[in-house]
Design a protein around this ligand. Structure first.
Ligand SMILES: NC(=O)c1ccc[n+]([C@@H]2O[C@H](COP(=O)([O-])OP(=O)(O)OC[C@H]3O[C@@H](n4cnc5c(N)ncnc54)[C@H](OP(=O)(O)O)[C@@H]3O)[C@@H](O)[C@H]2O)c1
Length: 219
């Protein structure tokens, strides 16, 4: 299985590093191809850089590690290439003002996951995942004992099997939070199963299962 990671910023580069560390081949792409090439060179033989188009076409799974507006643009541009692919969406509905203050970019009752899933071709296997931790926590939280949980949300069994494999390869324990209708629970701001909903802490499987069962949607 080959995973394309579109975007090599905070999340994309961390994830690429972790997947390669877990033995998964990756193809990385960015707006500026030189950024992807620099990362691929650092990661060695399991990684290569490509254009966005080639990366999507060559991969079984595609992680859209870009901001939500860019995700929308990329889906519009590459819809036919995304057909039948597993599409992993870590986006949170957040923007930043000039002072660096974070704010929500979608209405409180609308998740980024519901927006992205609705834009994809019907044959794509959509999963919301890999955006539940801040990038520094994602980087530092892998391969703990017991493993830290990464929640995911999907209505699709193929997507679930693939993201479980990728989350394990990255050094975490996967746990399904629900379907796309539950994506808001694992997004920030407001999701009770996002890292911010745990006061910034990582959770292990027992803690995550308890939270999944006990907490109500607050987003
Ligand atoms: N940062 C976090 O702590 C965090 C945590 C959870 C979830 N997320 C989510 O993860 C996503 C990425 O966040 P980030 O912090 O990693 O962003 P980032 O550091 O700003 O990186 C964005 C990446 O997107 C690439 N990009 C922009 N336009 C593109 C295009 N048209 N085609 C291909 N690539 C394009 C950029 O390419 P260049 O390198 O060429 O500029 C860059 O590599 C966001 O949706 C965010 O909500 C972030």
């Amino acid at each position: 299985m080959t995973t394309a990671i579109i975007g090599v910023g905070n999340i994309g580069s961390t994830l690429a590093r972790q997947l390669v560390g877990g033995g998964e081949p990756v193809i990385v792409a960015a707006k500026d191809e030189a950024h992807a090439e620099t990362l691929a060179n650092e990661l060695g033989p399991l990684a290569r850089a490509a254009s966005v188009e080639e990366a999507i076409a060559s991969a079984d799974a595609v992680v859209l590690a870009v901001w939500l507006d860019t995700t929308k643009e990329l889906i519009a541009k590459h819809a036919s290439l995304l057909a039948r692919k597993v599409v992993v969406d870590p986006s949170n509905p957040v923007g930043f003002d000039a002072g660096g203050q974070m704010s929500r970019t979608l209405p409180a009752d609308q998740s980024a996951g519901s927006v992205v899933a609705a834009l994809l071709p019907a044959s794509a296997h959509y999963v919301k995942a890999l955006g539940t931790l801040s990038a520094p926590t994602l980087a530092s939280g892998a391969n703990r004992e017991p493993r830290a949980v990464l929640f995911y949300a999907t209505d699709d069994e193929t997507a679930a099997a693939t993201i479980e494999r990728l989350i394990r390869a990255a050094g975490f324990e996967p746990l399904k939070a629900g379907g796309v209708a539950d994506a808001g629970r694992i997004e920030a701001p407001g999701g009770d199963l996002h890292q911010f909903g745990f006061n910034g802490e990582l959770v292990d499987l027992d803690q995550a299962r308890a939270a999944l069962a006990a907490r109500k949607v607050t987003a």
